[in-house]
Ligand binder design. Structure first.
Ligand code: SF4
Length: 80
C-alpha cells in the first residue's frame, strides 16, 4: 500500500516514496543528471556513479529516497 516506485539501474536501484517526500529539492539540485523532474522517468540511476548516487540519497532529509547497491555493500538504512 505504499506509494513507492523503484528505478532500476545497472549498479544501483533507487526507490522513491512520494508520500514521504517533503519537496526540499535537494535531490534535483545536487544531482540534476540523475534526478530530473522534466523527464520520465524522473530518476536515472545510470546517469552517475553508484557511489555518488548513494552518497547523495543519504542527504535526502525525509527518507523519501532510498537505494540498494547491487554490489551488496550496503543499502539505505530503513527509517524506524
Ligand atoms: S531530497 Fe528527498 S525530500 Fe527532498 S525533494 Fe528529493 S526526495 Fe523529496
Amino acid at each position: 500500500m505504499t506509494n513507492q516506485k523503484v528505478y532500476y539501474g545497472k549498479d544501483i536501484e533507487v526507490m522513491f516514496n512520494s508520500e514521504v517526500c517533503i519537496h526540499s529539492g535537494i535531490c534535483v539540485k545536487g544531482l540534476p543528471g540523475v534526478f530530473d523532474l522534466s523527464k520520465r522517468p524522473w530518476v536515472n540511476p545510470d546517469a552517475d556513479t553508484m557511489e555518488a548516487i548513494a552518497r547523495h540519497i543519504d542527504t535526502c532529509p525525509s527518507g523519501a529516497l532510498t537505494y540498494r547497491r547491487l554490489d551488496g555493500e550496503y543499502s539505505t538504512k530503513k527509517e524506524g
